[in-house]
Structures are given as structure tokens and as C-alpha cells.
Design a binder for this molecule. Structure first.
Ligand code: HEM
Length: 214
């Protein structure tokens, strides 16, 4: 759950700022970001945020925004998983609207090229060093087969696996992520220490054992 809460905050902040717009459901005036390509069938943790919000409303009504909850939950999840801490200034206001277009266009996709990913981070006022550091968030959590299958079977459109992927690691992934089917099968983003927030995400990449193309 720590990983899912970290990712919720990221997907919130990249669309209209950190305003909890990602939590809004469909209504007559809202097309929910939950149904965007980056979010559908893979963004998790909504029920945990609901529980936190309910507890806060019982203890201290109409005071803590959902946007602040997402920011604090991401920080505390990281700390509980063994990662670094940071100061979270509070006072974010919750959005009354959502942007599914923003969610589709501004959140990086796993098959985006590096220049595209850098451009999408720049739109948020973030630089290349931020791309590298924040990608380290993939030291915890899971990915569906459908998000990295291309690397196993057809990385550049010529029916060949990604040459930067360790061959034995690719073979192991292929057992649970076949050419077709098993789209939602889950695999750890960090095969070495999947629940620990450490620096093995970067070491795995150097060893050809990073899961996502990005
Ligand atoms: C650099 C561009 C990024 C791309 C292309 C990307 C893409 C992805 C993809 C495809 C998944 C798996 C989704 C699935 O199940 O199919 C994922 C999971 C995840 N991402 Fe990213 N991501 C990026 C940046 C980030 C950043 C900046 C963070 C946070 C600092 C982050 C945190 C996570 C976490 C924690 C998970 C696991 C979620 C879970 O287990 O529920 N990602 N990401």
C-alpha cells in the first residue's frame, strides 16, 4: 500500500497541481481522472485515503484537505518503507474539477522516450535530476505485465526483446507475462527488495534488471 499511496500523490500533482483532483469520481460536471490511461486498472489506494479522511473528519471536521492527506500519506509511506523524509507544508485546497485530458497527456507513459519524459517533467517545473531522483520511487511497488510486455517481445517493433534487459531476468518475467494474456499479472518494480525504499532500483537498472522501459 505504501507504493500505491506514493503513486497517487505523483499522479495527483502532475495534473492541475497537488489538488486531489485524482480522487474525484464521475459526475454530471466531472470526467474522472481515474479512467485515464495511466490510472485505469493500476492506480490503487483510494479506499485507504477514504479511511484517513473519515477519521480526520470525525476528529477535526472540515479542516484537512484531501490534497494534504495525499501529500502526507506519500511522505509517511516512504518513511515507513525505510526511505527518506521531507517537510510537507500544509494548506492545499481541494479541486472542484478534474482533467482526464491532463491525466492522459501529462503523466509519463512507460513506453515514452527519455526526451518525452523530460519534457513532461519540465511542464511541472522539474528538471532532469528530478526525473532521475523521482524515478527512484520505483524501488517499491508493482507493475502490470501490460506496462512492460513490449520489452520482452517487441521493443522496437521488429519482434525482438529489449537488448538492455538481462536475458535471464527477461526469461523469468516471460513466465508470468506471456505474449498475450495475463495483462494484469503483477511484478515487483524492484525485484531485489520490492517493499523496501532503498537504492536498489538504480542498481537493478545498471544490472539490466529494471522492469520498466522508462
Ligand atoms: C518517470 C516517469 C514514470 C513512468 C513512465 C512511470 C510509470 C509507471 C508504471 C507503468 C507503473 C506500473 C503501473 C501498472 O501497474 O501498470 C508505475 C508504478 C509506480 N510508480 Fe511510476 N512512473 C514514473 C514516475 C514515477 C514517479 C515520479 C513516482 C513517484 C515518486 C512513481 C511511483 C510509482 C510507484 C510507487 C509505483 C507502484 C505503484 C503500486 O504498486 O501500486 N513513478 N509507474
Amino acid at each position: 500500500m505504501a507504493a500505491s499511496l506514493v503513486r497517487l500523490h505523483f499522479h495527483d500533482c502532475f495534473v492541475k497541481g497537488c489538488d486531489a483532483s485524482v480522487l474525484l469520481d464521475n459526475s454530471s460536471s466531472i470526467v474522472s481522472e481515474k479512467d485515464s490511461n495511466p490510472n485505469k486498472n493500476s492506480l490503487r489506494g483510494f479506499e485507504v485515503v477514504d479511511e484517513i479522511k473519515a477519521a480526520l473528519e470525525a476528529a477535526c471536521p472540515s479542516t484537512v484537505s484531501c490534497a494534504d492527506i495525499l501529500a502526507l500519506a506519500a511522505r509517511d509511506s516512504t518513511v515507513l518503507a525505510g526511505g527518506p523524509s521531507w517537510n510537507v507544508p500544509l494548506g492545499r485546497r481541494d479541486s472542484l474539477g478534474a482533467s482526464i485530458q491532463g491525466s492522459n497527456n501529462d503523466i509519463p507513459a512507460p513506453n515514452n522516450t527519455l526526451p518525452t519524459i523530460v519534457t513532461k517533467f519540465r511542464r511541472q517545473g522539474l528538471g532532469v535530476a528530478d526525473v532521475v531522483a523521482l524515478s527512484g520511487g520505483h524501488t517499491i511497488g508493482m507493475s502490470r505485465c501490460t506496462s512492460f510486455r513490449q520489452r520482452l517481445y517487441n521493443q522496437t517493433g521488429n519482434g525482438v526483446a529489449d537488448a538492455t534487459l538481462d536475458v535471464s531476468y527477461a526469461a523469468r518475467l516471460g513466465q508470468g507475462c506471456p505474449r498475450s494474456g495475463g495483462d494484469d499479472n503483477l511484478f515487483p518494480l524492484d525485484l531485489a527488495t520490492p517493499a523496501r525504499f532503498d537504492n536498489l532500483y538504480f542498481k537493478n537498472i545498471l544490472a539490466g534488471k529494471g522492469l520498466l522501459s522508462s
